[in-house]
Design a protein around this ligand. Structure first.
Ligand SMILES: [Zn+2]
Length: 324
C-alpha cells in the first residue's frame, strides 16, 4: 500500500483517540466489577475532543486525504456521535460504527471494514487508542503506519486545557499523549518520563515475552520434577504451569518444615503427628495428579510460594478429600 500518496486514507478511531473518554471509564472499570457498555456509550456526547488531533486530520484533508472514522462504538449512538462531530468541527469522509450484536475483536471488525469498503486503497496512517493494541498489531503486520494515542497524562479534573504531546519513546516508536486538566506544572516532566519508557505496544510485547519465558522455565522445572503434563488451552496451560510451580515451591517449604519439627512433634503426640504427615503426603499426591489447568487457575489465590500458603493449601485439600 503506497503511503506517500497524498490521496491515501487516514483512518481514525473515536473512543480514546479523537474523543477523550476518561470521564466515562467508570462505567466499565469500577469497584463492583460491572461493565455497563450501554451507559459507557451513552455518555459519549460529554467527551472532550482531542483538539490537536482534529487539526492533524483537517490538515490531511486539506492535502487531499480522505479521513475515515472507524469506531467500535455502537451504531445506537450514531445521532449523538454525529452531533458531537459537528460540535467540534471535525471533518471526515465516512463514519463507521459497530452494528448491534457485532462482538468481533476490534482488529477483526476494523480490518473487515477496510478490506470490504476500501480494497486496494493506500492508507497513509491509522490513529488508534493504546487500549486497542490488537489494531496496532494488525497494522504492523500489514505494513500500515499506526500512531497510538495514550490515555490522559494530566490530572483531568478540568478539561479546559488540552495539549497533545508527541513523545518519541525509548523503542524509537512515537505515541501521542493527551494531557488535560487544570494543573499543568508537571506535564513536561511527565512527557520526559514517558519518553524514557518503551511505547505501549513494545511494553506489551515485552510483557508477553517475559510471560512466555516464565512458562518455558516452569514447564522445564515441572518436567524435571516429574509432574504430569497439564490439560487445557495453550493459554490456560501456560498460566497454570506458573501457578503450579509456585504451589510446588510452597510444598517444598512444607516438606522442609516437616523434617525440622518431626522429632519434637513425634515426641509430643505421635498419633496426631502421624495423621498430619499422612494427610500432607496424600494431599501432595492428589495435587501431583491434578492435570486440569483450569483447576490450578481457579485456585491460584491460595498458591503463593511460602510456608503458610503451603500449609493452608495442603490442609484444605486434605480436608476436602477426607484425608484428615
Ligand atoms: Zn515501541
Amino acid at each position: 500500500m503506497p503511503i506517500d500518496d497524498d490521496n491515501a486514507l487516514v483512518i481514525c478511531g473515536l473512543d480514546g483517540v479523537l474523543a477523550l473518554l476518561e470521564h466515562r471509564l467508570h462505567h466499565l472499570y469500577n469497584e463492583q466489577g460491572e461493565r455497563d457498555w450501554s451507559a459507557f456509550h451513552a455518555a459519549c456526547d460529554e467527551d472532550m475532543a482531542n483538539l490537536d488531533l482534529i487539526a492533524r486530520l483537517n490538515h490531511a484533508r486539506d492535502q487531499g486525504s480522505r479521513v475515515i472514522l472507524i469506531s467500535g462504538r455502537s451504531e445506537a449512538v450514531r445521532p449523538q456521535t454525529l452531533a458531537w462531530l459537528e460540535r467540534w468541527h471535525i471533518g471526515y469522509d465516512a463514519l463507521w460504527l459497530r452494528p448491534a450484536r457485532d462482538f468481533r475483536p476490534a482488529d477483526e471488525y476494523k480490518a473487515a471494514i477496510i478490506q470490504q469498503h476500501y480494497p486496494g486503497q493506500g492508507i497513509r496512517r491509522v490513529y488508534e487508542s493504546a487500549r486497542r493494541l490488537e489494531v496496532a498489531r494488525w497494522c504492523e503486520a500489514q505494513g500500515i503506519p499506526c500512531t497510538l494515542v495514550g490515555s490522559n497524562q494530566g490530572n483531568g479534573e478540568s478539561r479546559e486545557q488540552i495539549t497533545l504531546k508527541v513523545v518519541h519513546h525509548s523503542c524509537r516508536h512515537t505515541m501521542l499523549h493527551p494531557f488535560y486538566g487544570d494543573d499543568d506544572f508537571a506535564w513536561d516532566e511527565r512527557a520526559i518520563q514517558l519518553a524514557a519508557t518503551p511505547c505501549a505496544l513494545c511494553q506489551a510485547q515485552q510483557r508477553e515475552q517475559e510471560q512466555q519465558q516464565r512458562f518455558i522455565r516452569a514447564r522445564r522445572q515441572a518436567e524435571e520434577m516429574g509432574l504430569v503434563p497439564l490439560e487445557g488451552s495453550d493459554r490456560q496451560v501456560a498460566w497454570a504451569e506458573t501457578i503450579r510451580l509456585d504451589a510446588w515451591g510452597a510444598i517444598e517449604r512444607v516438606r522442609r518444615w516437616v523434617e525440622q519439627v518431626d522429632a519434637q512433634a513425634r515426641e509430643e503426640d505421635p498419633d496426631y503427628w502421624y495423621s498430619v504427615r499422612q494427610g500432607i503426603e496424600q494431599a501432595i499426591d492428589w495435587l501431583a495428579g491434578q492435570q486440569e489447568a483450569k483447576w490450578w487457575i481457579d485456585h491460584r489465590h491460595g498458591m503463593r510460594n511460602n510456608l503458610e500458603s503451603g500449609k493452608a493449601m495442603l490442609a484444605s485439600i486434605a480436608s476436602e478429600q477426607g484425608y484428615i
